[in-house]
Design a protein around this ligand. Structure first.
Ligand code: ADP
Ligand code: MG
Length: 697
């Protein structure tokens, strides 16, 4: 089967060298690619607009007969015009300014053609400029007989070699005619039955040549399912392979865990924290490597769970690693961990860039010889440079910055320590299934008791005086505040100037309160000092660019002012806001925004004002930005989707995932003959793009 599918398109009847080259340019290299070059839309009676019902500015499809054509001389340049009339007697013009010499030869009087484009109205005349078009006439029965015609994504290059929609339809039609269904149906009966799917070969034909709307929608359903199924299978296999990896066997929680929970920690765990910790304790005693993600909203107390997990490792005679995405966070976690581990007589070490060589070597020796119980640092440093005496657990904080690919690398660390990943970025369920589809997930959806929900307000420049007045009152009560400026990479310098001048103004305005500034351009020790001063309460207002985005924890900070809030993404705003509301005080987030803002910015800001719920926010963010951008496939390390849409096709995704996992349950190595087509297809099209883990068999 794959031999046929792998045939270069140039050997497909009606293609040849020249067309093949153009097809390669749009990503179509093989027969398989050609069959999966899906139509962008379809034409049938219900999608055609009668000319008499056109409105200025609308993008529509019109089907009409060519009545007249001609090159019209103009003052500066000539143009080519077509006059067409549709069944209802309406008349429309189509106009080409460019390429008219070539275009003018394409049309004959009396031909029936579908035109797609934006309608312009001049007086009582409608016209379309440079419309897309599809000839209908010699395509067999006319539209009105209920035929559905596939229209393909086009390009000028495709047009030039005659591979417009009609050309493509012909080539694909011939391919089907010559080779019929020389393909395997990929799925076994039990999957098709359980999920009510039509035959895969029928679907592939029907997506190009649907006989009815019903058949088309069944075909789409089947092909979406197939596409999502193979991604889920890739994740399921990755997960399966990982779950077969041996890991350290921890004992039941011992002295350190108990003393931490009973004596050191000044509060009780929330129910969600307890459940997450139970998951970890269960996972780590089975002799298999743990691959767990804790997904919890900002402030839900993930760090405490991580500390308990580390102590659990130490109880069993192992060391722990704590990896943070930035040095600031590493420093802060280090300080936190010390506070918890020192009273237990345990040794914590910090490893970051820029440490003196002698110090660094001493630290590395402590770790290698087992004197250090826990080492905190950035991923880069720990992953690449540290040799542990007996590493049992690695905690990875704020892991949402990694895609599936980078994550795979993490798992190759040392002697398969247990992995505990933590993320504060709640993501919609649909995406979680894919982005975290290779992990076990504990969700922490509960904030510590006594937290007061943050109040968020939207303010314009006009009310800055009022905002400052409010801030002054909060400072007077002993609270601290963040003032955040956006930092967009392209205009880094400009933004920095913004933050710097803001800092100076605040300093003048709020004397004698202490104001400090942190941004990405500072040396790490400078950032660290500034953060420390703020944490110790020596600074009252911390002006910052988004370097404080994740994880920073200063419970006394109760106010956050976000400047140019319209320039931040929704999830980013939510992350930022999570820096406040972390203690017992009522906290306030004030979004300063320009009146001139896009509708989308308006939606983001309103969402921030109306909810504190990270999951709700992530759903909306996904809607606003679209899946591609939300978790760029590049970043997530997953293949691009050709027909399915992660946001819209959630129900299909859920089923496809269920099917993929059910398949591995029945037949972990896909050895049954009825699963052979899946196995072959997967090995061929997915195994090399996967995570280096998933191998069938
Ligand atoms: P995040 O999940 O955002 O990483 P942290 O672990 O930093 O959250 O915790 C946020 C704050 O809540 C910290 O100040 C922490 O000490 C506090 N905290 C954590 N768990 C509890 C709890 N069960 N009860 C009260 N406060 C808690
Ligand atoms: Mg955190």
């Amino acid at each position: 089967m794959t031999e046929f599918l792998d045939t270069d398109v140039r050997y497909v009847k009606g293609v040849g060298e020249q067309r093949a080259e153009v097809l390669h340019g749009v990503g179509v290299h093989t027969v398989h690619d050609l069959l999966h070059y899906f139509p962008r839309r379809y034409l049938d009676r219900s999608t055609v607009t009668p000319i008499r019902r056109l409105r200025d500015g609308e993008a529509v499809t019109v089907v009409g007969t060519v009545q007249a054509k001609g090159v019209i001389p103009g003052r500066r340049s000539k143009r080519f015009e077509l006059r067409i009339q549709d069944e209802g007697g309406g008349v429309m013009k189509c106009v080409w300014f460019r390429g008219y010499q070539w275009i003018s030869k394409l049309f004959k009087k009396g031909e029936r053609i579908a035109f797609h484009g934006k309608v312009q109205q001049y007086g009582r005349t409608f016209s379309m400029t440079h419309p897309d078009f599809d000839k209908l006439d010699d395509d067999g029965p006319a539209l009105d007989t209920g035929r559905i015609i596939a229209l393909y994504p086009g390009s000028a290059a495709l047009d030039r070699v005659g591979l417009n929609s009609r050309g493509l339809r012909r080539v694909i039609y011939t391919l089907f005619k010559e080779h019929g269904l020389k393909l395997d149906n990929l799925f076994p009966e039990w999957i098709e039955e359980q999920y009510d799917l039509i035959d895969g070969r029928v679907a592939l034909r029907a997506i190009h040549f649907p006989k009815s709307q019903r058949e088309l929608s069944q075909a789409r359903e089947r092909l979406k399912f197939e596409e999502l199924f193979f991604i889920q299978l890739m994740l399921a296999l990755t997960k399966q392979t990982r779950q077969e990896v041996a890991g350290p066997t921890f004992d039941a929680p011992g002295e350190y865990v108990h003393r931490f929970l009973d004596e050191v920690l000044p509060f009780d765990l929330t129910g969600a924290q307890e459940r997450a910790l139970d998951d970890v304790i269960r996972d780590t005693q089975r002799g298999l490597q743990m691959n767990r993600l804790i997904q919890g909203d900002v402030g839900s107390g993930k760090t405490v769970v991580a500390v308990a997990a580390l102590l659990h490792a130490i109880d069993s005679g192992y060391q722990g690693a704590f990896m943070a995405p930035t040095e600031i966070l590493a420093e802060q976690h280090y300080a936190n961990l010390q506070q918890y581990l020192d009273p237990l007589g345990l040794e914590t070490r910090l490893l970051v860039g820029g440490q003196r060589k002698a110090l660094r070597e001493e630290i590395l020796a402590d770790i290698a010889e087992g004197r250090a119980h826990v080492v905190v640092g950035t991923h880069a440093v720990i992953q690449d440079h540290v040799d542990f005496a007996k590493l049992g657990l690695a905690v990875v904080d704020e892991q949402h910055r990694f895609g599936v690919m980078q994550r795979a690398k993490l798992f190759e660390m040392g002697d398969n320590p247990h992995m505990l990943l933590m993320t504060a970025t709640p993501i919609p369920r649909s995406l979680a299934m894919t982005v975290y589809g290779d992990l076990d997930v504990s969700i922490m959806d509960e904030l510590p008791a006594g937290r007061k929900p943050i109040k968020t307000r939207l303010r314009s420049e006009k009310r800055r005086g009022e905002v400052y007045q409010f801030l002054r009152e909060q400072l007077r009560e002993g609270r601290q505040a963040y003032v955040v400026y956006p930092l967009v990479e392209e205009s880094e310098k400009l933004d920095l100037k913004d933050a710097e001048s803001g800092f100076e103004k605040l300093q003048a305005e709020f004397r004698p309160y202490k104001v400090d500034l942190v941004h990405g351009r500072l040396f790490s020790y400078e950032k660290e000092d500034a953060m420390d001063r703020f944490k110790r309460g020596e600074t009252d207002i911390l002006v910052a660019t988004t370097v404080i985005e994740v994880g920073v924890d200063v419970p006394n900070a109760s106010v956050m002012i976000v400047e140019h809030a319209e320039r931040f993404g929704l999830s980013q705003l939510h992350q930022l806001r999570g820096r406040i509301g972390r203690g017992e005080y009522q906290s306030y987030c004030i979004l300063m925004a320009d009146y001139k803002r896009s509708a989308e910015a308006e939606e983001r800001l309103n969402a921030m004002v109306s909810t504190n719920d990270g999951f709700e926010i992530s759903e909306l963010d996904l809607k606003l930005r679209g899946a591609g951008d939300f978790f760029g496939t590049k970043q997530s390390g997953l293949p691009d989707l050709k027909i399915a849409d992660i946001t819209e096709d959630q129900p299909i995704l859920t089923q496809a995932r269920e099917a993929a996992f059910a398949l591995l349950d029945r037949d972990p190595h896909l050895r049954a003959p009825e699963h052979e087509p899946i196995r072959a297809y997967f090995d061929h099209y997915y195994a090399d793009r996967n995570l280096g883990f998933a191998r069938v068999g």
